[in-house]
Design a protein. Sequence first.
Length: 214
Amino acid sequence: MSRRYPSTIAGPVEHEFVVSRSRFVTTAHPAQDPAAAEAVIADVRRRSWDARHHCSAMVTGVLGDQARSSDDGEPSGTAGVPMLEVLRRRDLTDVVVVVSRWFGGVKLGAGGLVRAYSTSVSEALDRATVVRRAARTRVSVAVPHADAGRVDNALRAWVARHDATSGDTAYGEQAVFELWVPADGIAALEAELASVSAGALVPVLGEERVVDLE
């Protein structure tokens, strides 16, 4: 059975949640490492400079094995950790969430803060596009330019049927198509190439890597 990897999000989302006149604005943003996540937090602080708190949580790494959170002045354990738990429950990685809070004059208490920060992050992530990740093998296919259009169409259709994804295409003496293919799909790809080229196209296998799937 193939190993499961945490998913990520396709792009940034922002969501506002209001409770007892306090505004909670969540920014969820892709972040490939802690440095990128810290840059997102710094940008939110700059743009929302008048907020009282900028609480944050991040998970990074292919396996989601790096995590940090901050209460940023809220009572300990009422913001950062609940936000982080939402990311964990969603099985996400390479993502940072920042919740900026403008105090509305009514104290929410520890339980109210936990619910508010958790809900704000959950509702923001509900609006995000989740990108599934999986281990795939890199396959290169070199094609004469005269056949590139026909083979490209065939490969795109094959990718859509076999839980694979397309990579970059390089144009030199030949067009070289890059595919990321599940290990158990390589034989099927070889058969597809044989059928569209009378056996003239031979795929070249490369590294295995965890990739984003379309």
